[in-house]
Design a protein around this ligand. Structure first.
Ligand code: ADP
Ligand code: MG
Length: 927
């Protein structure tokens, strides 16, 4: 900060305020402007394009850089600065500068950071906005070693290498949606922290200044990382903060135990402390806290959320995500809840069925659905408005919106009461109309009060007699004055008597000089003009006083009435918030029904055993984004008595990734309670979905692809159960071919030997298809490709069996490579493939140990030491009936169909020769 010799009193006030919030940009109210000084001015000017000036004319070394904007633009600049990732503190004038003696009193009124915003202008209506707090052990709590304290203090740069915690180490996490009052906490192993944060997607993360070194910057994923004093994370402090906020003696009622949940409570307490410090207003709407525990819903980890493009696409757009195509909710509350349902799908069959029942009911009853959605369109964002009511930041327009919404409630109640779906009837029962409050608010505010309201003028005429009188005085004053002028003129007999007003002398009675002697005794002379005398009377003086204060009194009275209306609304806060939650659910259910009906979705049959049958399934996003009718539907099936694991092979661009993503998305949607884009679906209960698709995108995150894959693969193998769904795409890319095949092979076998869970594995390595030969429970699928003249058509159809191995060479032939070269290339390829497999099998054991999975038996045919693969000479002469036949063949005269037939016959003959080498019991017929 530039040295200033002697700050003026105002600048001293500024510097004092700034010292309280060193990490925030300080907006300092001066008269009609908010001003920013020093480095803040430079930052703000650059970030939001304000002109940078200096406070004093003097441009010397002591001049103070300054930028500013008119006070009524506060919302605009606040939202721009928050969007640009800053924390902003607002320092207000606490008294009217006109009335202030000496320097105007000022203080910080609020601190706005990305995680603590409640302003409508800043928030995205369709997105929840979370503040998260993370409590990480081990922290040097009561007696920190001095070197650690120094290290922590110095470690302010995110670039400092984070120390690592053991993956099993327990950590605490809490997350708050201040704008709606949602508050949750959990204890979880450190290894799951990333997944939690990916689901919560906080915009700000609080962490103790002493444990920030354990928090890798990459975890913040774009969220603001705010360091807090360590004492706010201490259990004792946190408990006191929580008990006071929630107004309870113990947290047992919320399901928390002070001992076992200590870490969660520390995080929750720290979050509350931060909110108290920044908000400086009521937080009464934070009146409960939920406990989250793993297994309470279908879990999807961070990589799955990204791979399946659930909330946003891999390049960060909302459009093109699952959420975007499923969101046709009509209220912002519905859109936010839908995101929650998708990121926390249910895992209890009965609960899912109840949701599906409700969707089905709304699906079948078109007119009910339409009218529900019609009425929902008139529903405002009750959840967020109620928070601003509690905080005292609500506008009359918003309060009127509450009233208009409450008036819709009786409709919803009646419409749903008779529904055959128990969930809808239950929702109807939870809607408690608030007619009295709604009527009162409307009588006072009308349906649409003006947006600007600080100057009053928004309370409806007829609501309050006293207010009406004051307004009469302000506006209708002319009538009184005219009447007074007339009566005085009569009383005095002076026809030219006039009542007037002047800003210096106020109200007066003016009489021409010539008639001044007629002025009654009660006229007090005020001013003498050239041709007239001006007087005042007691009556006129009293009137003057009333008029002069009428405007101020009317404004104060309006604000008082508004405060009363706010209080009346706060009284039924929890009922209204409950209604908000009910309407949000209704919106999502109707949304599912609407989408299902518009796109021809069907109800999935949810069952307990881990099975899967999808007929004519479509990819929910691609189906919407591709030209209508061009998407090719596909089946999928996993049965314990058949194949649970599917290897999908096929050339690039055939549709492998699309297919396996589609299966995972449909399973997820079913658990969220949605109908599915399929002609039939039976989905078994699923506890976790692991999807790894498109790993190359990880490169942008600064970690090597292979390393990431190894970590994630370890997590899959450690985390899967019988009820999980695993979807893997080209695992092992970014390393050598041997590694890739080995890894893929090992993982598949491990899944098979351990949990045998539903698995879809896309690979372009045909070597893997051999697995299906030797193991039950695995089968091969491939994506059909058709040659048509010189063209190749991708049919996008999933069919049984492995892909055609020589596909690449076919392409070469089509490209005009001479047939002897093609023939030779084919033999070489076969040999290379078989030696790859050899190496792959050897590497398998090592890799398994690397990824930390349970060891399992290797496939039998690689075990026997006697069975060495015969060394094949690439250059030796070959004599074989198939070869002879090939030599005689003229590729130029044969049709593609005949070529295929020939090829499969040759392949069959060659395979028969290999037969005795393989264990007969495992051999399958279909190859
Ligand atoms: P692969 O993973 O086999 O390389 P993708 O799954 O990425 O192939 O699919 C490539 C493209 O093919 C997709 O972007 C999509 O446009 C198209 N596609 C895939 N599956 C289908 C399908 N079932 N119907 C229509 N088009 C599809
Ligand atoms: Mg692919």
């Amino acid at each position: 900060m530039a040295k200033i010799t002697e700050p003026t009193p105002v600048m001293k006030q500024y510097l004092d305020a700034k010292a309280k919030v060193p990490d925030a940009l300080l907006l300092f109210r001066m008269g009609d402007f908010y001003e920013v000084f020093y480095e803040d001015a430079v930052t703000v000017a650059g970030a939001v394009g304000l002109a940078l000036t200096t406070r004093d004319r003097d441009k010397g070394p002591n001049s103070v850089p300054m930028a500013g904007f008119p006070h009524h633009q506060l919302d605009i600049y606040l939202s721009r600065l928050i969007a640009a990732g800053f924390k902003v503190a607002v320092c207000e004038q606490l008294e009217d500068p006109k009335l202030a003696k000496g320097i105007v009193k000022r203080d910080l009124v609020r601190i706005v950071s990305p995680g603590t915003v409640t302003d409508d202008a800043i928030l995205d209506p369709k997105k929840s906005n979370y503040l998260a707090a993370v409590s990480l052990p081990p922290k040097p709590r009561f007696a920190p070693r001095s070197d650690e304290l120094i290290a922590a203090a110095e470690d302010s740069s995110a670039a400092a290498a984070p120390r690592t915690l053991h993956p099993d180490e327990a950590i605490g996490l809490a997350w708050v949606e201040l704008s709606t009052g949602e508050f949750t906490a959990a204890v979880t192993p450190y290894r799951d922290l990333f997944d939690y944060l990916a689901r919560i997607h906080p915009s700000e993360i609080l962490i103790s200044e002493l444990s920030v070194c354990y928090f890798p910057a990459v975890m913040a994923e774009g969220a603001m990382l705010t360091k807090r004093p360590d004492w706010t994370f201490r259990l004792q402090t946190a408990l006191e903060t929580l008990l006071r906020q929630l107004g309870v003696k113990t947290l047992a009622g919320f399901g928390f135990d002070a001992q076992t949940d200590a870490l969660a409570l520390e995080a929750a307490g720290a979050a509350l402390d931060y909110l108290r410090e920044t908000q400086k207003c009521s937080l009464d709407h934070l009146d409960s806290i939920g406990k989250y525990h793993s297994g309470q819903c279908l879990e999807i980890d961070q990589a799955t959320i990204r791979s399946l493009e659930i909330l946003q696409t891999t390049d960060g757009r909302r459009a093109g995500s699952l959420l975007s195509v499923l969101d046709q909710c009509v209220t912002p509350m519905g859109s936010r809840l839908l995101a929650e349902w998708i990121i926390y799908p249910l895992c209890e069959i009965e609960a899912i069925r109840r949701r599906l029942d409700a969707v089905e009911n709304l699906f079948n009853e078109t007119s009910l659905r339409d009218s529900v959605r019609q009425h929902l369109r008139r529903v405002h964002d009750l959840a967020r408005i109620m928070t601003r009511v509690v905080q005292g930041r609500v506008t009359p327009r918003e309060l009127a919106a509450v009233a208009m919404t409450l008036l819709e409630l009786p409709f919803f109640r009646q419409a749903l009461e008779g529904s055959p779906a128990s969930q809808l009837v239950a929702l109807a029962g939870e809607i408690e109309p608030q007619d009295n409050l709604a009527q009162e608010l409307l009588r006072a505010l009308g349906e649409e009060p003006p947006l600007t309201w600080r100057d009053g003028g928004f309370i409806q005429p007829g609501y309050c007699k006293e207010l009406d009188d004051l307004r009469d005085l302000q506006h209708g004053g002319k009538q009184w004055l005219a009447a007074y002028q007339q009566s005085e003129s009569q009383r005095t007999g002076i026809a030219t008597l006039r009542v007037g007003f002047n800003s210096v002398f106020g109200y007066y009675i003016e009489i021409p000089r010539s008639q001044a002697d007629k002025a009654p005794a009660d006229y007090v002379r005020k001013q003498t003009l050239k041709n007239a005398e001006r007087y005042i009377t007691e009556q006129l003086k009293a009137y003057e006083e009333k008029v002069l204060t009428a405007e101020e009194s009317a404004k104060n009275l309006e604000l008082k009435i508004f405060a009363q209306l706010r209080d009346a609304t706060v009284k039924v806060r929890s009922q209204i918030q409950h209604v908000a939650a009910v309407l949000a659910q209704l919106d999502v259910l109707a949304n599912f029904a609407h989408i299902a009906s518009a796109r021809g979705y069907t109800r999935p049959n949810m069952v307990s055993p881990p099975v899967l049958t999808i007929r004519d399934g479509r990819h929910p996003v691609l189906e919407q984004t591709e030209a209508p009718g061009t998407f090719t539907p596909n089946d999928a099936q996993c049965r314990p008595d058949g194949a649970m694991i599917h290897l999908i092979t096929g050339p690039n661009m055939a549709g492998k990734s699309t297919y396996i993503r589609q299966v995972a998305l449909l399973v997820l949607m079913a658990h969220a309670g949605s109908f599915l884009p399929a002609s039939f679906a039976e989905i078994g209960r699923t506890d976790r979905i692991f999807a790894r698709v498109g790993a190359s995108d990880e490169l942008t995150r600064g970690l090597s692809t292979f390393m990431v894959e190894m970590i994630e693969t370890a997590r899959i193998l450690n985390g899967v159960t019988r009820s999980s769904l695993v979807v893997l795409d080209e695992i092992g890319r970014g390393t050598s071919t041997y590694d890739e095949i080995s890894l893929a092979w090992a993982i598949t076998e491990s899944l098979l030997e351990t949990t045998r869970c539903r698995t879809f594995f896309a690979t372009h390595y045909h070597e893997l298809t051999d697995l299906a030969e030797t193991h039950d429970g695995i089968d091969n699928l491939n994506v059909a490709v058709r040659e048509w003249g010189d063209d190749i058509a991708f049919l996008h159809k999933i069919v049984a069996g492995p892909a055609d191995k020589s596909y690449g060479i076919h392409v070469a032939r089509l490209a005009g490579i001479p047939s002897p070269v093609i023939h030779r290339a084919k033999r070489i390829l076969e040999e290379l493939e078989s030696s790859h497999m050899d190496a792959a099998r050897e590497a398998m054991g090592d890799l398994l140990r690397q990824v930390g999975s349970t060891p399992f038996e290797h496939p039998k045919r690689t075990e026997s030491p006697g069975e060495q693969v015969v060394q094949f000479s690439l250059f030796g002469p070959e004599n074989h009936p198939v070869l002879d036949e090939l030599r005689e063949l003229d590729p130029n005269t044969i049709t593609p169909i005949d070529a295929l037939t020939l090829l499969s016959r040759w392949k069959g003959e060659l395979n028969e020769e290999d037969e005795p080498k393989e264990p007969a019991s495992k051999k399958k017929k279909n190859r």
